[in-house]
Design a protein. Structure first.
Length: 146
């Protein structure tokens, strides 16, 4: 899913983070995410945003790690000019089978839980199909804002 120029958000600040692709990743991402949200000064619910980041990292660990791939997961917290928070998690698997069912909670609860915390979930493959990014967008009003 590619965004056109009119719908591409203008990012005013970014906080990239990298965690090891192992069982410590969700906790490491939450710790780094809390620091990042503080540094970015995002006015929304940091507790909800950190939980959503953890969900995306768990999802990448469970479904995005391919044999022989790097043992790092990359994520980024970005704030747009309208104060929307974008939480991106990138992994080396360029596909996302049954995305709609996953977000609806039919294939697990992670992405469904992120939606319950106010995130709008989308994904896109890299132009060269070497990876994908799963994005959660959150408004500063907190739960149910989107």
């Amino acid at each position: 899913m590619q965004l056109d120029a009119e719908s591409t958000p203008v990012i005013t600040s970014r906080y990239p983070l990298c965690v090891p692709a192992d069982p410590t990743a969700p906790q490491a991402a939450r710790i780094k995410g809390r620091t990042g949200l503080t540094m970015l000064g995002w006015p929304g619910s940091q507790l909800d945003a950190v939980e959503v980041l953890g969900v995306l990292v768990i999802n990448a660990l469970e479904h995005g790690i391919t044999p022989g791939a790097t043992r790092q997961l990359h994520a980024c917290l970005s704030v747009t000019e309208t104060h929307e928070l974008l939480i991106d998690a990138t992994d080396r698997n360029p596909t996302f089978r049954d995305f709609e069912r996953a977000v609806a909670g039919e294939l697990g609860q992670g992405l469904w839980r992120a939606r319950q915390l106010g995130a709008s979930i989308s994904w896109s493959a890299a132009p060269d199909f070497s990876s994908k990014t799963v994005r959660a967008a959150m408004r500063p009003l907190g739960r149910g804002a989107l």
